[in-house]
Design a binder for this molecule. Sequence first.
Ligand code: SF4
Ligand code: MG
Length: 328
Amino acid sequence: AAPLLEIDGLTVQFPTPAGPMSVVRDVSFAVAAGECLGIVGESGSGKSMTSRAVLRLVPPPGRIAGGSVRFDGTDLLTLTEKQMRSVRGAQISMVFQDPTASLNPLFSIGRQLTDVIRTHTDAGRAEARRRAVEVLDQVGFADARRRLRAYPFELSGGLRQRVSIALALACGPKLVIADEPTTNLDVSIQAQIIDLLLQLKNDVGFAILFISHDLGVVASIADRVSIMYAGRALETGPASAVLAQPSHPYTQRLLRSAPTLESRRADGLPSIPGAAPQLGELPAGCPFTARCELAIEGVCAEVEPVWTDLGDGRAAMCHLLEKELANA
Ligand code: SF4
Ligand code: MG
């Protein structure tokens, strides 16, 4: 069967005085129905921009400069803005890092849920209310009916994130895009939210595009991962295999630097030596060259590596892997 979401050659550019700069470059991946794909990368790797591009929410003056975003058989890049609005929030919904991004402080939880449901379905007032109670119950509110009257400020951060997940669920999406949904939460609450997403994925059956810089969190939820760096995907494969035995030097470094809390920078990212990539100053070859301990002199900076198929659904983009195959 065709995947639910299939992104092919996606490129997102922003204009700069020096010409268009690609913040996402030639990125391809697929998400099957009911599957969770984790997109992992440091800030500035293009992972959030990729998820925004799926919903055609790239902030101007950025624009999608190439590629296709096929969802359930339709290239979303060919839809009118009106058609796109009926996809967003209904067939594809989002959960953000900051729940206040999806919650309106002025309206009760019940009002926000019933508004979303009535915008995207033909449910009447009573039916929308019934559905609102149902999704609040699904995200773990024992007293769902009473919670309809609550306002976002009356809830803790963890409960607010549960409400934004309820909003994302309300119209029965096939795909939920979760962009760092636990990053602002206490560690104990993080685990609860991940458990909730996993449980909903299994019970309700939606697919998840899970965006995160945190390898530990991704390992606990993703079926497959795609590792991004400097706007490009560098490695992809089943989450357990990639995280147990990474093939790309960048993934290896990320994993080596991930385990201890002390080694994390204040923003929670594992810190690896060398400056984060400046998109405007990338070499013509591999984007990781400047920080790579294994870089091949005269090759890596000049020649762009191609995808090497490593079998078992794994692939990575590195000259060392190409050479290994050539020498095998
Ligand atoms: Fe390192 Fe070269 Fe591989 Fe890039 S292509 S990751 S610079 S060895
Ligand atoms: Mg981000």
